[in-house]
Design a binder for this molecule. Structure first.
Ligand code: NAD
Ligand code: MG
Length: 408
């Protein structure tokens, strides 16, 4: 049977990997819509190759640019081109399957639209659950949507969980004692801590095992990514933070584990390649080829494990703190982090200042419990404005020498 598929964020790392898997199974998936925020030439190329019914971009100018590129290539099928956040929500509600792979808070409304429309939601956009976990899980349950995790750790946990009667993702029951969430430790796991304030965006984005977008690469380097993933796991699997242990595993071969009350620990393994979780969620409960090379354990040689160092990685601690505070705190954490990571990538603050910005914003914005998507988006805005101020004050109008001397 053929399923229609919308890929939100098709020009990104996850979006491209999804199209790579889809191209291997043209009889199973019909691309309904592709969306991109920048990289219009790449989006045009994807449209030529996959002939979606619709393509969504950010602005009218982008829509015109895409139209020109497609007209020039005499497209067989007329593609309806639209722009803006409402159009993203439309295409999210229209297809059988929706890959939610927009990065950051910008991905929340369209992921929510897919959930509300009762679709099969392949969730890569972890920020949606961090910002609006309760509302998102409610929307999934109310609309009868099928939620499948794409984040490699959560996909691994899902694969290691007891099989539920419905086959759908369900809260962990009393058979499960603990979830072991693995983390590579990123590129700075062994760097002397005092050198971490001088690392560059290029160094932070050079992940040892995974090839990813720039924002999540920086999150992996600060380990905020693991903090966001702990929050994500709590919502997906209905567990409390004390039942999740983060384990550093530098080889990224075990993608996560589930421990049972009888002492059994089940692990899901594979080469670090996002096409595995993508193929798993696309085909679930069947299995399809993904193009991922077989795991060669002899070549891997050894698997190492260690405890995370919270002095080296204060962002992980801040995420636990936000999770325990509850209410809107995780949404504030996420917004502050997005601003801080953006400022770091633009060379405006130091790597070590990311945690400082997040901490200050968490201390200064009231974490009221959001009751609606609008509440979440309003809180996100307040936290962003505050974070921008913190970055500005931190940078100040100092002279270059003072700026270098400052910790930010
Ligand atoms: P990316 O930066 O490579 O791609 C992001 C996509 O979102 C692009 O298509 C971009 O055009 C689109 N986008 C960006 N801003 C937008 C906006 N304001 N409005 C609409 N579209 C916008 O990111 P990625 O690495 O593919 O990550 C995507 C999501 O998947 C993130 O939430 C990330 O945490 C999650 N994820 C990624 C990986 C990975 O290996 N890359 C692994 C696990 C989870
Ligand atoms: Mg992950």
């Amino acid at each position: 049977m053929t399923h229609t598929l919308t890929i939100l964020g098709s020009t990104g790392s996850i979006g491209q990997s999804t199209l790579d898997v889809v191209a291997r199974h043209p009889d199973r998936y019909l691309v309904h819509a592709l969306t991109g925020h920048t990289r219009i030439a790449e989006l045009a190329e994807q449209c030529r190759r996959f002939s979606p019914a619709r393509a969504i971009v950010a602005t009218t100018a982008d829509a015109q640019a895409l139209r020109r590129l497609l007209d020039a290539s005499a497209q067989e099928r007329a593609i309806q081109i639209d722009h803006g956040p409402e159009a993203l929500c439309e295409v999210a509600a229209e297809a059988d399957y929706v890959m939610a792979a927009i990065v950051g808070a910008a991905g929340l409304p369209s992921a929510m639209a897919a959930a509300r429309a009762g679709r099969r939601v392949l969730l890569a956009n972890k920020e949606a659950l961090v910002m609006a976990g309760a509302l998102f899980m409610d929307a999934v349950a109310t609309a009868g949507a099928t939620l499948l995790p794409i984040d490699s750790e959560h996909n691994a946990i899902f694969q290691c969980m007891p099989v539920s009667t419905s086959g759908a993702l369900e809260a962990a029951d009393q058979r499960v004692s603990r979830v072991l969430l693995t983390a590579s430790g990123g590129p700075f796991r062994t760097m002397p801590v005092e050198r971490m304030s001088d690392v560059t965006p290029a160094q932070a984005c050079a992940h040892p095992n995974w090839s990813m977008g720039r924002k999540i690469s920086v999150d992996s380097a600060t380990m905020m990514n693991k903090g966001l993933e702990v929050i994500e796991a709590c919502w997906l699997f209905g567990i409390t933070p004390d039942r999740i242990d983060v384990v550093i595993h530098p080889q990224s071969v075990i993608h996560s584990m589930v421990e049972y009350v009888d002492g059994s620990v089940l692990a899901q393994m594979g080469n670090p390649d996002m096409r595995t979780p993508i193929a798993h969620a696309l085909a679930y409960p069947e299995r399809i080829a993904s193009g991922v090379r077989p795991l060669d354990l002899a070549a891997v040689g050894r698997l190492d494990f260690e405890k995370p160092d919270l002095v080296r990685f204060p962002c992980l601690d801040l995420a636990y703190h936000a999770l325990r505070s509850g209410g809107g705190a995780p949404a504030i954490l996420n917004a502050a982090n997005e601003i801080a990571v953006g400022a770091f990538l633009e060379g405006r603050i130091r790597f070590t200042a990311i945690a400082q910005v997040v901490e200050q914003v968490l201390e200064n914005v009231a974490a009221e419990v959001p009751r609606s998507l609008d509440d979440v988006l309003a809180l996100d805005q307040v936290a962003r404005v505050r974070a921008i101020e913190v970055v500005r004050v931190a940078k100040g109008d100092r002279s270059p020498s003072q700026r270098i001397a400052a910790s930010f």
